[in-house]
Structures are given as C-alpha cells and as structure tokens.
Design a protein around this ligand. Structure first.
Ligand code: IPE
Ligand code: IPE
Ligand code: MG
Length: 259
C-alpha cells in the first residue's frame, strides 16, 4: 500500500481529522547546517535545495493539495551580497533543472511575493514556471519568493483604498473576504499546517493573515536534513491536534471521510 494511502487510512481510522490540504514550510537552518560541518553557508543552501526536492516528492505521495515553501523573504535582501547572489542563483538553477520534472509530475507552480522590484530575468523565470504548469491538476507548489506578509497586506489595503478613492467601492464593503481576495494567495486555501525547521519558533513575516487558524509544528532538525520521515512525523502530530476554529468542539468530519 502506498504510504499516502496508509496515512489517510490511519488518520481516518483513529478519527483524528483529515490529512492537511495545505502544508507550508519555513525552510530554516541551512547556514547552521553548513557551519556545523565547517562548510560555507552556500553549501547549506545547496543541500537545502535537495531537501526541497524531497519535500515536493513527499507532498505528491502524501496527496497534499498545496505545498507552500518560504524560499526567500523580503527581509533576506539584507544578507551579505554574495549570499543573496548565491540564493538567487540556486532559485534560477532549481527552476531551470526541475521545471520539466515538476511539469511531468502534474505539479502546478505558483509564486507569491512582490514581483515589481525583481531583476527582469528572475521575474521572467518565475512567470515561465507558472505559465508552463498552469494547466496541471496535481500538487500546487506555491513558492514564496521576495515574500513578506506585512508588505502583502499593505499592498492589498492600498489597492482597496484606491478603489474607494475612485468611488468603485464603499469603505463599509471592506471586509475579511475582500482583503483576502487582494492578497497574493487570493485563490489558495489557508495553510492547515505550518512546519518550521531549525528549532526557531517564529513566523518571520510568513503568511501572517493566512495563518490565523493554522497548526504549527516546530522541528528541531535543520532544513538540509528534512526528509519524508520528518514530513510524516509533522503530519502525524498535526493529525492529533484538536482544531476548533473558535468553537467548543472541532467541526464534525463528513460522513464520507468518517466511514
Ligand atoms: C534558510 O536557512 C534559508 C533562507 C533563509 C533563505 P538560513 O540561511 O536562514 O540558515 P540559518 O538560519 O542561518 O541557519
Ligand atoms: C525565514 O528564515 C525565511 C526563509 C526561510 C526564507 P530567516 O532565517 O530569514 O528568519 P529569521 O531571520 O531567523 O527570523
Ligand atoms: Mg535562518
């Protein structure tokens, strides 16, 4: 039996909730992984790309619908120039080398984060990844690049304010739905599970709005060591959580999944 089917059966049998539809990963700890081995930080990032490939494969096998990966934050530009250059180079190589395989695996790539201030070649590359895979119906891989949640919310609020100024909408019409609809993630469901590696327990400006009811799992391992077993362990912990969404009890599972 495939591991994904097994996991789904196990969680269903125990009545501990459905597997997560959307998993988000804060891929942290590349620098510390390299430092522990006396290697340059770049080597940690390079090995981090291999861990990302394992994470994508695991997400496909576990039948997760959306996998969001935090690859570069709006604040990461303040790292040393050489490190920023090496991270941009790795993104470039990841898309160049892996796009065909992602496409063959029916993966749809989406990119969130600010595009306007990116170098044209990076912008073109991200657009190409989205365009080539837009018709795919398998895993949606959401790449958060040059992403900052506060900036994303500010941009959405500015767009709504402009609509008010033009008389297109009334201020009273601004609500949770209209703000959500103006975020980069407009058509992506909120994350169910956010996993951060490296032992740090913070969001670092990731999906602040969308994480309102996400479950968090903080793993002590460093990102280059992330693998399928770590993903399964995090999902098993998630499966034991009692998600209440402000209610007294968790919403009842549907008859179909509870049978
Ligand atoms: C995550 O690893 C990669 C990015 C933030 C781009 P780090 O580079 O943050 O590694 P640590 O946290 O310094 O170990
Ligand atoms: C968060 O990690 C960003 C990514 C994983 C891309 P950081 O390493 O940049 O976060 P802080 O600085 O430790 O909060
Ligand atoms: Mg870090």
């Amino acid at each position: 039996m495939a591991e994904g089917d097994f996991l789904e059966m196990a969680t269903t049998a125990l009545g501990i909730g459905a597997p997560p539809r959307h998993v988000a990963l804060i891929m942290d700890g590349n620098g510390r992984w390299a430092a522990a081995r006396g290697l340059p930080r770049f080597e940690g990032h390079r090995r981090g790309v291999e861990a990302l490939r394992r994470a994508v494969r695991a997400a496909i096998d576990l039948k997760i619908s959306y996998l969001t990966v935090y690859s570069f934050s709006a604040e990461n530009w303040s790292r040393p120039r050489e490190e920023v250059q090496s991270l941009l180079g790795l993104l470039h190589r990841f898309i160049r080398n892996d796009l065909a395989e992602l496409h063959a695996n029916n993966v749809r790539v989406r990119v969130i984060g600010a595009r306007s201030d990116l170098a044209p070649e990076i912008g073109d590359l991200l657009r190409e990844a989205e365009q080539v895979t837009q018709g795919n119906s398998g895993l949606t891989l959401v790449v958060a690049f040059n992403y900052g949640a506060r900036q994303e919310i500010a941009t959405a609020v500015r767009a709504l304010a402009e609509m008010v100024a033009k008389g297109e909408i009334a201020p009273e019409s601004i609500d949770v739905e209209s703000i959500s609809a103006h975020l980069d993630t407009a058509d992506i469901p909120d994350p169910d599970l956010i996993i951060r590696t490296s032992g740090e327990q913070r969001l670092s400006n990731f999906l602040l709005w969308q994480a309102a009811y996400a479950e968090f799992v903080f793993l002590p391992i460093l990102w280059p060591d992330f693998d399928r077993a770590a993903m399964i362990a995090a999902i098993q912990e998630y499966a034991h959580r009692d998600r209440r969404f402000g209610r007294v009890e968790a919403p009842r599972r549907s008859a179909k999944t509870a049978s």
